[in-house]
Write a protein that binds this ligand. Structure first.
Ligand code: ATP
Ligand code: MG
Length: 421
């Protein structure tokens, strides 16, 4: 309708888009910040609720409340500035649109009144009406741009977690570990979580059917050794070999299906006793579960619970005592019936009598089985085929109980402190 007017209005577009883009960019920054503040706030809330016993016991209510208020306040400030920016985008672009129309009216009105162009008055009114229709879509575009920025900020956080590469994966061409027949070999194993070496050049064998015990101070690297056997981490130097092949050459599933593990802290789920013992097994036979519980010396207390095996044990098994939790996790390993057994301090939270009963059960369980046993209480591992003494990640002594005892070294000192003879 009028080239002059159209050129005049087009000049305004880059100006308004620059202003909107500026807002969107700052919005993205504050959205990222607000997301991470919200994450921290949720983290604190979760921690406070699950740790409420410790908070009360240490009368730290005020401290925790203060911490929550501080983070909550930070979150409020950041969110407010983000919402301000978001809500600004719509009205601002509307304002810019109206400004352009006013400018067009002044500029175009002059043209028409001074008859500087061939635009007639009625055409000019039509032009203005048509042009005003553009405001709503332009406003939508600008709110869309700000919404996208907010979404991108949230998406970045979620994708950062989803896209985290799994460090331990099946190698190309990994083979299935069909059966375990000969031996497990730890060969010149070195491992560090970060920079400091936790295991240094550790070598020993566990022949099939034998029991090897690991002893050593807290922090010596015992649990780490068990984690490496399950391949939760890959070592930096040396390796773990089963049947003469590095475990990295086997598929993870076939490797782990050969192993049963009782971890240092019993890990249980908010479910029934039955599902916890039969964890991961479909269509389990209840009789087999009861049998496993009997072996783990857990049947008695389970039958005394309100709904027996169908009793819910609460979050992380919170409705059980420490020793009961441990016996359930032993029953879980018993039911899986694996050829290789890893026991990390499996009987540490039992009283002497239960320990003896569970020890007998484990003893039976370990017959014809290969096991790696970690223990602080030396009385439980005296009959091991070999005892490895770890100190700061290195093997310092190895041998049977009798030979190590006679050696009068580190192991003997540990024995003397626990009055084991
Ligand atoms: N996930 C981890 N990240 C970083 N360092 C870790 C991690 N787990 C353990 N460590 C460190 O590795 C060392 C060995 O830990 P490990 O759990 O193997 O000790 P441990 O011999 O099992 O001790 P304990 O008898 O107390 O269970 C410790 O110094 C510990 O601080
Ligand atoms: Mg440990």
């Amino acid at each position: 309708m009028s080239l002059q007017l159209t050129l005049f209005t087009i000049v305004f577009f880059p100006v308004s888009s620059l202003i909107i883009a500026g807002i969107a960019k700052r919005l993205r920054k504050s959205a990222t910040l607000s997301q991470s503040q919200l994450g921290r706030l949720l983290n604190i809330t979760e921690e406070t609720i699950s740790g409420n016993r410790i908070i009360k016991a240490f009368t730290a209510q005020n401290f925790v409340q203060g911490r929550f208020s501080k983070y909550n306040d930070d979150y409020r400030k950041v969110s407010k500035s983000m919402v301000n920016r978001r809500e600004l985008a719509g009205p601002l672009s509307e304002f810019l649109g109206v400004t352009v129309i006013v400018a067009v009216m002044i500029f175009g009105g002059r043209l028409v009144l001074n008859q500087q162009s061939d635009l007639s008055a009625s055409e000019f009114v039509t032009y203005i009406i048509l042009y005003s229709q553009l405001i709503a879509p332009i406003k939508n575009i600008s709110t869309a741009v700000t919404s996208i920025q907010r979404g991108l900020a949230a998406g970045e956080r979620v994708l950062a977690i989803i896209d985290t590469p799994d460090e331990v994966v099946n190698q190309p061409g990994a083979v299935k570990l069909e059966a375990f027949d000969k031996k497990i070999e730890f060969r010149n194993l070195s491992f560090a979580y970060n920079t400091e070496e936790v295991l240094k050049d550790v070598s020993f064998n566990i022949p099939k059917g034998k029991m090897v015990a690991i002893v050593g101070q807290s922090g010596a690297g015992k649990s780490t050794l068990a984690d490496l056997l399950c391949r939760f981490y890959d070592p930096q130097g040396g390796g773990v070999f089963i049947e003469g092949r590095d475990i990295r050459e086997y598929t993870l599933e076939s490797l782990r299906s050969q192993m049963g593990i009782v971890t240092q802290e019993a890990i249980l789920f908010n479910d029934t006793v039955l599902s916890n013992i039969a964890f991961g097994i479909e269509n389990v036979d209840e009789a087999a579960v009861i049998q496993a519980a009997k072996i783990a010396n857990a049947h008695e207390f389970i039958s005394q619970m309100e709904n027996g095996y169908q009793t819910n044990i609460g979050d992380r098994g919170s409705r059980l005592s420490g020793g009961q939790r441990q016996r359930i996790s032993i029953a879980r390993a018993v039911l899986k019936n694996p050829p290789i057994l890893i026991l990390d301090e499996a009987t540490s939270s039992l009283d002497t009598e239960s320990e003896k009963l569970v020890q007998d059960a484990i003893q039976k369980l370990m017959e014809n089985r290969t096991s790696l046993v970690i223990a602080h209480r030396l009385s439980t591992i005296q009959h091991a085929d070999e005892i490895i003494v770890l100190q700061q990640g290195s093997v310092v002594e190895r041998g049977t109980h009798e030979s190590l005892f006679a050696m009068k070294g580190v192991y003997r000192k540990l024995c003397d402190m626990q009055s084991v003879s």
